[in-house]
Design a protein around this ligand. Structure first.
Ligand code: COA
Length: 343
């Protein structure tokens, strides 16, 4: 046997090589919402931290947002090619087929493998784990991971507890095969779920449960519903515990080893509670919820793209990601931010 046959195999990991974000141009302020809903700018600011959000215009779909974010991530990576496209979304263009193949086609990515994953607001973390697994197995060399949601398309515009929070946007990352010691290498990803609490966040109609009844859905069943108080409590608990587990797997101490926390932008009060429990001061927390609201799965990659552009996130920063959403589903991971340009 040759000497190389005995050499320890170098573990292939997924390394972030590009990042991009996109929000649709229409901005909706709290004041504009007060003309349709029984709410106030002050209530929304103090309970959620949101000041304005972006919303798709009529006829715009999730793929339109995903294509823009994906294009920017590919440009950021400096190479317009991938062999796999993974799209995390709760608002696919159609119930069938998946939206990712259309996105890959519109980006001119040839016959790249393309599929959707559904993990609601934890979609980017589930997507990172999926991409990392594909790379580690040698199934993929370069993956375009996009998380995009036209969330307002499933929101009841008359429901004041959800219409003030959820918004539209997309974020994306290019992942290439590399080694664990490189900046950008995705650390171990912690994932979890609790399906016994599926009814906390749910769109009751439109799936096989309702369609097999053979009768039209009851009014409002096609809209997103959320039990806000319970969701709040579980979001804080799960994002905190997943973040702790991910940091421990990386051997990082909260007090000294984390330069930036990028948590799912669910609600500013949830973000404050998570950061306080973790012992991470506000200066180390990235946040854009005031301007973009809760953009579902897009939240974290959109935040990373914006923070890279603004310089709040720079090469060498040790970063902790944590997310929570419907399912319930959650996830967290760590990485050292690489030197990226944004477009
Ligand atoms: N404007 C004014 N009043 C509102 C309101 C609004 N937009 N939305 C709810 N209210 C009212 C309720 O009707 C209720 O009134 P009542 O006491 O007369 O019944 C009161 O405010 C308190 O409602 P509650 O739902 O208990 O408020 P809250 O402080 O929990 O805030 C949320 C509501 C939705 C903002 C909050 O529960 C939340 O942020 N939950 C988590 C949401 C989230 O992050 N989801 C995403 C996870 S991925």
């Amino acid at each position: 046997m040759s000497a190389t046959a005995h050499a320890p195999a170098v573990r292939r990991v997924a390394v972030i090589a590009g990042v991009g974000g996109y929000v649709p141009p229409t901005v909706v302020t709290n004041r504009e919402l007060t003309s349709q809903l029984d709410t106030t700018d002050e209530w929304i600011r103090t309970r959620t931290g949101i000041v304005s959000r972006h919303m798709v215009s009529p006829g715009t779909a999730t793929s339109d947002l995903a294509v823009e974010a994906g294009r920017r991530a590919l440009e950021s990576s400096g190479e317009h090619s991938v062999d796999t496209v993974v799209l995390a979304t709760t608002t696919p263009d159609h119930p069938c087929p998946a939206t990712a193949p259309e996105v890959a086609h519109r980006l001119g990515l040839g016959d790249a493998a393309a599929f959707d994953i559904a993990a609601v607001c934890a979609g980017f973390l589930y997507g990172l784990a999926t991409a990392a697994g594909l790379v580690a197995a040698g199934t993929a060399e370069r993956v375009l991971l996009i998380a995009a949601d036209a969330f307002t398309t499933i929101i009841d515009p008359a429901d004041r507890s959800t219409a003030i929070i959820f918004a539209d946007g997309a974020g994306a990352a290019v992942l290439r095969a590399g080694t664990a010691d490189e900046p950008g290498a995705v650390g171990r990803v912690v994932l979890g779920s609790e399906g016994g609490l599926a009814d906390l966040i749910q769109v009751p109609a439109g799936g096989s449960r309702q369609r097999s009844r053979g009768i039209a859905p009851a009014p409002g069943e096609e809209f997103f519903r959320m039990r806000g108080r319970d969701t709040y409590r579980h979001a804080v608990e799960r994002m905190t515990s997943a973040a702790r587990q991910a940091a421990a797997l990386a051997g990082w101490e909260m007090a000294t080893d984390i330069d930036r926390l990028a948590a799912h932008q669910a609600n500013a009060r949830i973000l404050t509670a998570v950061a306080e429990r973790l012992g991470i001061d506000a200066e180390r927390c990235l946040s854009n919820i005031a301007q973009v609201g809760n953009t579902g799965g897009a939240s974290i990659p959109l935040l990373l793209a914006e923070a890279t552009t603004s310089g709040e996130l720079v090469a060498g920063h040790r970063l902790l990601l944590t997310a929570f959403g419907g399912g319930l589903a959650w996830g967290a991971t760590t990485l050292v931010w690489p030197d990226l340009k944004t477009c």
